[in-house]
Ligand binder design. Structure first.
Ligand code: AMP
Length: 424
């Protein structure tokens, strides 16, 4: 136990973490360009928030939450998703009183007690965006296009965008009744959870992960056939805007999102080739959620993309990650006197904004050069008694083997110049 991490979690080690940093860098730039501000909410919230904000009949709430009592006896849950917390923060901090709409994004770990497999973990990471305060169908299209833009910037290809309209509280009762009739006739083919859902929320049955429920759901009535005129117009407008933006999509009437309070647009992005867990992102409108959480009638829309699955897809599609060097310079020392100076010198280089390091294990010069080679450092500054006596260092280009003496007081400048010449 002491040397084993919990199932479904991972250590992101050096070598791998640079890929995450690159992904996060692309994400931050994208969000800034689309006018989003970052929000950071707690990793845990009151359990009730998710019961309300995700929906009591969802898989997440029924089966997947990490819920515990804290020492004060409160029921606490590790966040399984980001939207409910953003809505809570929007209300608690009265963000509705400022200019609307409010465009927020977040990245961070989410927790779901699910059966781990390739692409499915118990702690995983999402990028989420949420826009609160606008009904505009052009915004739905923009949110979808933003997700597709991120994938494209990361070099992903051949993705499938599925889109649907799940209607609104006006048109849903008709669908609800039709679905109940449909599934009542197939009750014995449903899992116990779905039998339970039949009366409370039959739409959820279409979203069950159990194979037998998926099978039983074939040919079920769809939301698209039961949209009210308002929902129909909204959906057509979203599709028109997507056409104008040149975003390719497939209308998929079987698509229901896993969370309650979704209205109108629902979408999901699939990457074939990464296994059974091939949804790399999804989102939709949730015009009922803010009110459900005790706030004013404010519409919302957003998406959540799974970062592990994006990275998996990048690897699977052979995307080359940029690999900036870890260190700009390694300071190698030839003798004891130089070692003392190295401590001061390496600090000076860091203050100049350079990534610099030195030996901490009393290695010989030869062993230090070998170590620098393993670190894949481009430049090694060699300092010995001779160099010290003349106020210089020998700067060695590890790629070419060329070595040159550089005055100590020009060292930082010289390294900076050479680093800027390195092509990443
Ligand atoms: P959801 O919040 O369920 O709509 O999920 C949004 C995205 O998060 C999915 O499309 C996946 O890419 C990712 N995701 C959801 N659950 C997991 C999980 N257990 N492990 C890894 N990624 C996940």
């Amino acid at each position: 136990m002491l040397t084993t991490r919990p199932r479904g979690t991972s250590d992101i080690l050096p070598g791998e973490v640079e890929k995450w940093q690159y992904l996060e860098q692309v994400i931050r730039r994208l969000c800034r360009e689309y006018g989003y501000s970052e929000i950071r909410t707690p990793i845990f919230e009151h359990t009730e928030l998710f019961e309300r904000g995700v929906g009591e009949t969802t898989d997440i709430v029924q089966k997947e939450m990490y819920t515990f009592r804290d020492r004060g006896g409160r029921s606490i849950t590790l966040r399984p998703e980001g939207t409910a917390a953003v809505v809570r923060a929007y209300l608690e901090n009265k963000l509705y009183a400022g200019p609307q709409p409010v465009k927020l994004y977040y990245t961070g770990p989410m927790f779901r007690y699910d059966r781990p497999q390739a692409g499915r973990y118990r702690q995983f990471h999402q990028l989420g965006v949420e826009v609160l305060g606008s009904h505009d169908p052009a915004l739905d299209a923009e949110v979808v296009a933003m997700a597709m833009d991120l994938y494209a910037r990361l070099g992903l290809k051949d993705l499938e965008l599925h889109i649907n309209s799940v209607g609104c509280p006006r048109c849903r009762p008709v669908l609800r009744e039709k679905l109940q009739d449909f599934f009542r006739a197939r009750l014995d083919r449903l899992c116990p959870h779905c039998r339970d859902r039949l009366e409370r929320n039959p739409l959820r049955i279409l979203d069950c992960k159990e194979e037998r429920c998926r099978e039983a759901g074939r040919g079920a009535p769809t939301s698209l056939d039961h949209l009210c005129p308002g929902c129909g117009d909204h959906f057509q407008a979203v599709l028109k805007h997507l056409d104008n933006l040149g975003v390719a999509y497939t209308v998929d009437c079987s698509l229901v999102r896993g969370l309650d309070y979704y209205t109108h647009t629902a979408f999901e992005i699939i990457a074939r080739g990464i296994g059974a867990q091939n949804s790399i992102g999804g989102g939709g409108r949730y015009n009922g959620l803010v009110e459900e959480c005790g706030g004013p009638d404010v519409p919302g829309i957003g998406f959540a993309l799974g970062l592990e699955r994006i990275l998996l897809t990048m690897e699977q599609q052979g995307v080359v990650f940029p690999r900036p060097p870890k260190l700009d310079v390694f300071l190698a020392t030839a003798d004891e006197a130089a070692r003392d100076r190295a401590l001061v010198l390496v600090q000076k280089l860091r203050r100049e904004g350079l990534a610099a390091d030195r030996d901490y294990l009393g290695r010989s010069l030869k062993a230090q050069m070998k170590y620098a080679g393993k670190l894949e450092v481009g430049l090694v500054a060699i300092l010995g008694s001779d160099e010290l006596a003349h106020g210089v260092v020998s700067l060695r280009d590890m790629a070419t083997g060329n070595q040159e003496e550089v005055p100590l007081d020009r060292l930082a400048e010289e390294i900076k110049q050479r680093c800027s010449e390195v092509k990443l």
